[in-house]
Design a protein around this ligand. Structure first.
Ligand code: PEP
Length: 251
């Protein structure tokens, strides 16, 4: 059985106090839920306090990004160990905003994924095509390059732990959600790519999330699809009622 996950990516939103208030609300509704895994990814500044606020719940915490080195002269960066010791169990890697705005390449995402796994964090590796790439027929090639580059050389057991998030760039923060059929088609394609390298058994164990304008009103249709194992949610994860309704849609 594949792990189901509903993850909230808060991006650069919520102060410590706002974050504590938000998880307080989320905890009231779904604090005891562990299937799906409920995950929140606050900004670094709020990790410790949000972790404290969630101590007596099943809700997990993740980082939104990390550096691939253990430590050193990397001003502004955060290591895997820092995330772990702040209470994180997951880390989002290669989000399209990191790829586009901070020049993260597949090679770099791969180095980060290897480091996260070695440290005991579960990476959520994001892939997805732009509208231009989709419309020009390059979607499959783009996804194949991102999957092979970002996950290069992962052992079979590390691959089974790793989570993939398919996030079409044209659907992120735009209100344009992929149809359940469009998303399922790419999830099936990603699973086929994984099967080529790792075989069917491993490919079938990998959790693949959909991300891109998921809301309570469109979650049901997406979650009905066999290969959609949950969601990575941006905007709607900032509102407790929306986020918890999405969690309930997966239960
Ligand atoms: C995201 O940033 O990962 C995301 C999917 O954002 P939104 O839900 O706002 O489209």
């Amino acid at each position: 059985m594949r792990r189901k996950i509903i993850a909230g990516n808060w991006k650069m939103n919520k102060t410590v106090v706002d974050g504590q208030a938000l998880v307080g609300e989320i905890k009231k509704e779904v604090g005891k839920v562990n299937d799906p895994v409920v995950l929140v990814c606050p900004p670094f500044t709020a990790l410790t306090e949000v972790a404290m606020a969630l101590k007596d719940s099943e809700i997990q915490i993740g980082g939104q990004h990390m550096h691939e080195a253990d430590s050193g002269a990397y001003t502004g960066e955060i290591s895997a160990e820092m995330l772990l010791t702040s209470g994180c169990t997951y880390v989002i890697l290669g989000h399209s905003e990191r790829r586009a705005l901070f020049s993260e390449t597949d090679k770099l995402v791969n180095a980060k994924a290897q480091k996260a796994l070695a440290a005991g964090l579960i990476p959520i590796v994001c892939v997805g095509e732009t509208l231009e790439q989709r419309e020009s027929g390059a979607m499959e090639k783009v996804i194949e390059e991102q999957i092979s580059g970002s996950l290069d050389s992962l052992s079979e057991s590390d691959m089974k732990k790793t989570v993939i998030a398919y996030e079409p760039v044209w659907a992120i923060g735009t209100g344009k959600v992929a149809t359940p059929e469009q998303a399922e088609e790419v999830h099936v394609y990603i699973r086929r790519l994984l099967a080529k390298t790792y075989g069917d058994e491993t490919a079938n164990e990998v959790t693949i999330l959909y991300g891109g304008s998921v809301k309570a009103s469109n979650a049901d249709g997406l979650f009905e699809k066999e290969n959609i194992d949950g969601a990575l949610i941006g905007g709607a994860s900032l509102k407790a009622d929306e986020f918890t309704a999405i969690v309930k849609a997966m239960m």
